[in-house]
Ligand binder design. Structure first.
Ligand code: LLP
Length: 419
């Protein structure tokens, strides 16, 4: 996280003091570094330059329009999974011909909207979905580009809830079904089935699972080659892991070195869908210490952010580094860092050795740019915090803190309860 550094013992994002942003916009508050997003995108493009991939940013990691626009302005395409993401991508002028659409449950409306937009590829995950897209394309007389998301049945060693490339999971088509589809592709007369897509999981820190999956893909393509099936695209998906703690993560250049020869062997135009690699270490969540509690068995630092703001630890037991915004010489102790929500799962760290905090001290949760705000909720009627983007010496509010009015919007009282 080189765009988040201490200067004179105070944490900075690029050239702006984190404490100053927290003072202005309050806490909890997400702070992102513009240059971190751009650098990470460039790193992946550079690493894979020999195959000149179309890099489609996975919006699901961080869908703030300013972040999407940052990626689009840098030439990235978009990997979307819903009509909402399609809408946001188009709103910042993403090129539809650089949009790929995965999701096991695309609705008719989503399919219609994506067809109307003229996206590059529907990444199709089941036979009934393939038929439905074909039907809707026929009804609207629009040809649709499609790729088959194959499930290579390879286990990526990551958290069970974010591994996707094995057949006990809901994702993709098994290889024999995919082959049958391609052999009978004339059945889907409104579809140009021109690609193979895979995504084997997220936060993958070694290259082996990709290599294992690629070998299966290459054998599959080889078999298809004998059948004269014309394909244009191979989409590798996303999944590249980032450092959250101090355990080793394969650098992107090493992933690329191993994968480039295999990608070249496909002889197809390469698409990639990185998300976390671009956004994960480009953001932090800043929160304030409310109370210190010692119940005789454990010590707790109670902060003003909760699992509704950043649910990864409670969902996946995920580790996030937590640092004081102002470095302190206070003695270290062992703490659970917890939020105010009425659940024992509302924690950010357990048994963490860290400096003692006092009321009002600010803390930053690191690696909070991916799947954090994006997965936040209003649980316990808590408004989501603000989001701020820093670029050099400047900072910009990119999403206001939610107010109680925002939370009540849409609620209606039935007449019989009105008094
Ligand atoms: N492409 C597809 C089809 C995906 O399903 C995903 C992530 C990506 C690309 C981007 O993967 P990435 O490069 O970010 O690993 N909420 C979980 C992660 C869920 C991943 C969902 N799919 C977490 O916080 O760890």
């Amino acid at each position: 996280m080189e765009h988040f550094k201490y200067k004179n013992n105070s944490l900075y994002c690029e050239n702006v003091s984190v404490a100053a942003i927290a003072r202005e916009f309050g806490t909890p508050c997400y702070i992102y570094s513009y240059h971190a997003f751009v650098t990470q995108l460039q790193n992946i493009k550079k690493a894979f330059a020999p195959v000149d991939p179309l890099v489609c940013f996975a919006l699901k990691t961080n869908d703030n329009s300013a972040v999407i626009k940052t990626m689009v302005d840098q030439g990235a395409g978009c990997d979307i999974v819903s009509g909402g993401e399609l809408y946001k991508a188009l709103k910042v002028n993403a090129d539809p011909k650089k949009i790929v659409f995965a999701s096991v449950g695309k609705t008719d409306t989503e399919i219609r909207d994506a067809l109307k937009a003229g996206i590059l590829l529907f990444n199709v995950e089941s036979l009934p979905e393939l038929s439905r897209i074909n039907e809707i394309a026929g009804e609207t007389k629009t040809r649709a580009g499609a790729a088959l998301r194959i499930n290579p049945d390879v286990k990526a060693p990551t958290h069970d809830r974010i591994t996707t490339g094995t057949l006990d999971k809901k994702f993709g088509l098994d290889l024999s079904t995919a082959e049958l589809v391609l052999l009978n592709r004339q059945k889907y007369s409104w579809l140009d089935i021109s690609g193979i897509h895979m995504h084997i999981g997220s936060q993958i820190t070694t290259v082996e699972p990709y290599v294992a999956a690629m070998k299966k893909v290459l054998a599959f393509l080889h078999k298809l080659g004998g059948e004269n099936i014309p394909l244009k695209y191979f989409d590798l998906g996303g999944g590249f892991g980032i450092p959250y703690d101090h355990s080793p993560v394969t650098p992107i250049g090493d992933f690329a070195k191993e994968l480039i020869p295999l990608l070249k062997e496909t002889r197809l135009r390469i698409i990639m869908e990185p998300g976390r690699y671009i956004t994960g270490n480009s953001g932090i969540l800043v929160m304030e210490t409310l109370y210190i509690k010692d119940n005789g068995v454990k010590k707790f630092i109670i902060v003003d952010a909760g699992m509704n703001d950043l649910p990864r630890p409670s969902l996946y037991d995920a580790y996030h580094e937590i640092v004081p915004v102002k470095k302190t010489s206070a003695p270290e102790d062992v703490f659970d860092v917890v939020g105010p929500i009425c659940e024992s799962g509302d924690f950010f760290a357990k048994k963490r050795t860290m400096p003692s905090m006092k009321r009002g001290d600010l803390l930053a949760i690191k690696s909070a740019g991916a799947y954090c705000y994006a997965m936040s909720s209003n649980y316990n009627v808590r408004g989501r915090g603000a989001e701020v983007m820093v670029k050099g010496n400047d900072y910009h509010l990119i999403r206001e803190r939610e107010t109680i009015k925002d939370l009540l919007r849409g609620e209606q009282m039935p007449d019989f309860l009105k008094s």
